[in-house]
Design a protein around this ligand. Structure first.
Ligand code: FAD
Ligand code: NAP
Length: 536
């Protein structure tokens, strides 16, 4: 093979298409039985994306754009999965993919990657491309006696295809991140009783979902190119304007009006009220307090309301969740209990349910909405060995180190789509995925044209890039939250800020500059030993 691609979600599908168009032989391995990635696995009730549908898709193909029409402002999981299936069929990509096949290891040996799968197959390839996803390795906390529980338990990212019968059950949901917040109102509708185990409250903003009318769709498609160009050169990969640079100089009434306007618009538009929200503690406190008041207004019992109000971290220092179905109002129901497991931590699972330091909660079903080993989990789950036997998991023991989130020094011809230190999860991901895939495909095309066989970041370039990423994160408010952005959710994981926080536009321009300067920071060579001329 010329290239092995791991994963058949948004990234793997587009990557394999681009490479095949370039004339490369490509093999894609996907451990799921179908395409879709995130949208194959996350079938929990209420699963939907927070990016608006017209930008949560591919932009590269006129035909696909013309042949697909989204039905809602934010599409539900089945619709996104249908879309990715449609793309795979439309581009005839399935023939490249081996489903239900997990890549266990990849070793760079004798100038090639040797990739081994869980069915014992081995394939040699010039390029090894990870499209394994930033949020694809579920995290299940190791609670004491978890297996003693007599009921059923599920992780939201491994939700059974046949669904789960929650009707009339006593259900416990652990976790109040984006997933828990989507899930809780849906489960409350079905269960006899719901207990929400909350460790840290969150700031959920109404998404304000609605069907997309034909007129709205026509307006979107008429302006598609401009919308996407704006998204590509934006902060978050979303084509929204900031309302104000900061709160300074505005009257209280003007601040309130700006926040209220964006609150009414809903979703990620709210984060576009003040440009310095993630930098300036004063602005952030105003925004956070606005959100706290909104929670207090919506929850009837003042004691419960205070438990739901976040005070331990600034708004946006964790990934902002969206509320689709009255998350806070759910706690006004008689049949919903909020268990504060920060105050009274979970001590163990018991046959009857979950025991905290305060109570035993009797349950039939437990749902783990406990997130992911994000950014590095799926990548490190593979045994990746580079030049001179270096092992990726050992090289990254103190945190990931990449150049541009695209490559790793010591690992020639390895590309990481939306890898650590790229905007990835701090962006509307299809925009970032298309940018990475295009960059990688263009790079391989350039290598072929110029006769280069190998590409590898220079250690000093990676070092510099990681320092720049960390320095940017330090200027922002991210360090004030125990978030998965910083690896804080998984015990023992290094506390390092993983995505590039400088914005999609800045990042894109840097990637373009690197190419214009002859792949600055990368070593390109015709043979491995001795390295041929450098393009830098
Ligand atoms: P994935 O979709 O994660 O696909 C990776 C694939 O690789 C998976 O199918 C996995 O099975 C496969 N794989 C992994 N390891 C191996 C292996 N060793 N061998 C074989 N196969 C392997 N992003 C947004 O921008 N906006 C949103 O609103 C949004 N909503 C989200 C909602 C949820 C519930 C979740 C979990 C994530 C959401 N995301 C959102 C992030 C989402 O992951 C990305 O938008 C996008 O789907 C990532 O695509 P991907 O192809 O890079 O990775
Ligand atoms: P998450 O944000 O990591 O939230 C996990 C939740 O589980 C947190 O509330 C966490 O509490 C809790 N938790 C973890 N371990 C626990 C323990 N031992 N005891 C008690 N509680 C525990 O995971 P997620 O909600 O699945 O979301 C992950 C990311 O996926 C999101 O940030 C987003 O990027 C993406 N996502 C997007 C959407 C969307 O766009 N619609 C939907 C879902 C997910 P603490 O906060 O105290 O750690």
């Amino acid at each position: 093979m010329d290239a092995v691609v791991v994963g058949a979600g948004f990234s793997g599908l587009y990557m394999s298409h681009r490479l095949r168009e370039l004339g490369l032989s490509v093999r894609v391995y996907e451990k799921a039985p179908d395409v879709g990635g995130t949208w194959y696995w996350n079938r929990y009730p209420g699963a939907r994306c927070d990016s608006e549908s017209h930008i949560y898709c591919y932009s590269f193909s006129e035909e696909i754009r013309r042949e697909w029409q989204w039905t809602e402002r934010y599409p539900e999981q089945p619709e996104i999965l249908d879309y990715l299936r449609f793309v795979a069929d439309r581009l005839d990509l399935r023939r490249l993919i081996e489903f239900e096949t997990e890549v266990e290891s990849a070793e760079f040996d004798d100038g090639n990657w040797t990739v081994t799968t869980d069915d014992g197959e081995t394939v040699d390839s010039q390029f090894f491309i990870s499209a394994v996803g930033c949020l694809s390795e579920p995290y299940v906390p190791e609670f004491e006696n978890r297996d003693a529980f007599d009921g059923e338990w599920y992780h939201t990212a491994r939700w059974p295809r046949e669904g789960v019968d929650l009707d009339g059950k006593r259900v416990g949901v652990i976790g109040t991140g984006s997933t828990g917040i989507q899930l809780v109102p849906e489960v409350a509708e079905r269960a006899a009783h719901l207990t929400v185990f909350q460790r840290t409250p969150n700031y959920a903003v109404p998404a304000r979902n609605r069907p997309l009318s034909d007129d709205e769709w026509a307006e979107i498609t008429d302006n598609y190119d401009e919308i996407w160009e704006d998204a590509r050169f934006s902060w978050l990969g979303m084509p929204f304007e900031m309302k104000h640079a900061t709160t300074a100089g505005l009257s209280d009434e003007e601040i309130e009006a700006a926040l209220e306007e964006r609150w009414q618009e809903g979703g990620f538009r709210f984060l576009h009220t003040f440009e310095d929200t993630l930098f300036n503690p004063e602005t952030n406190e105003i925004v956070s307090e606005f959100l706290r008041e909104k929670i207090r207004e919506r929850v009837e019992d003042p004691e419960t309301a205070e438990k739901l109000v976040p005070t331990d971290h600034p708004y946006g220092s964790k990934r902002p969740p969206m509320d689709y179905n009255g998350y806070y109002e759910t706690f006004n129901r008689e049949d919903v209990t909020l268990a504060d497991v920060d105050e009274n931590p979970i001590t163990e699972f018991a046959p009857e349910g979950i025991r905290t330091t305060a109570s035993l909660y009797e349950l039939d079903t437990v749902i783990f909405a406990t997130g992911f080993d994000a950014m590095t989990g799926a990548l490190m789950a593979m045994d990746i060995r580079g030049r001179d036997g270096s092992v990726l998991s050992e090289e990254w023991a103190d945190g990931p180190r990449t150049y541009l989130g695209l490559g790793v020094d010591g690992f020639p011809n390895l590309f990481t789509i939306t890898g650590p230190q790229s905007p990835a999860v701090l962006s509307n991901m299809p925009v970032s995925i298309e940018q990475h895939v295009d960059w990688i495909a263009d790079c391989i095309e350039y290598m072929r044209a110029e006769g280069y066989e190998y590409i590898e970041p220079r250690p000093e370039a990676a070092e510099r890039w990681v320092s720049q990423t960390n320095a940017l994160a330090d200027q922002m408010l991210f360090s004030e939250a125990e978030s998965w952005y910083r690896g804080a959710n998984v015990p023992g994981k290094p506390r390092v800020f993983t995505p590039f926080p400088g914005g999609v536009e800045t990042y894109r321009r840097e990637c373009e500059r690197v190419v214009e300067n002859g792949y600055e920071g990368f070593e390109l060579s015709e043979s491995l030993d001795p390295p041929a001329q450098s393009a830098d």
